[in-house]
Design a protein around this ligand. Sequence first.
Ligand SMILES: [Zn+2]
Length: 277
Amino acid sequence: MTAMNEFNLDKMSTELVGGLAQYKIGDPGQEIALNPLIGRPVKLLFKKQINCTHCGTTVKKAYAGGYCYPCSIKLAECDMCILKPELCHFSKGTCREPSWGESNCMIPHYIYLANSSGLKVGITRATQIPTRWIDQGAVAGLPIMKVSTRYQSGVFEKMFAEEIADKTDWRKMLKGQIEEIDLLDKREELFQLFGDDLDSMEGDFGAGQVEILEHENVTLIDYPVLTYPEKVTSLSFDKSESVGGILQGIKGQYMIFDTGVINIRSHTGYRIELVSE
Ligand SMILES: [Zn+2]
């Protein structure tokens, strides 16, 4: 039997409770709540084993963010169109796994504005609000459009990205001094700026495919962080088998220690033991 504090890393699961991000880590059903560990010594020990997050096979090196090589070239979730939704090729009949595409991409998506390291635009499925924003370390999020497919959301995101960032500067996000942005104002600005394009694209996609959201409210997100780092030092199991120190907090998918920060998501599939006192 394996102890519950040894598991293959996957992204931390999150929940927004009373405006504060709550984090858990570990195997489903055996997850360890991380918020109560903040301020205490915590160590993550790499067991020198990496497992494919899909099929579980042991690999020397993970591909596509946590997969074995065969899975990385076979699964739809590892295709380039997941990073660049405007490249979705489902309609051409070439989706790697049409049934996966059917239930993950050919469903309603939201285009949102968020403040992570500054203003950004992004897309997500309805079920991933506000998870997606927490994963990015955003302090505020606002859905501005609802569309019928992942592809459509990608087209609009790309258009808005001409004007605003679609990436987060994670070092800046982790320093914690994020300037307030009025996302409602930004929404109005964007709708004015792209008004004509929005109308013509709405026409292209057809009736009922695109909904402009003018009355959504901003979701504010606080993070459980005692102290933000002045200088961001990046830690990795590829450099050290033991990562840890006093857990200063968690933001985005990063655990912040007094010794540096570690991106949990980029170590998907790494088998670790979590030790806390
Ligand atoms: Zn695999």
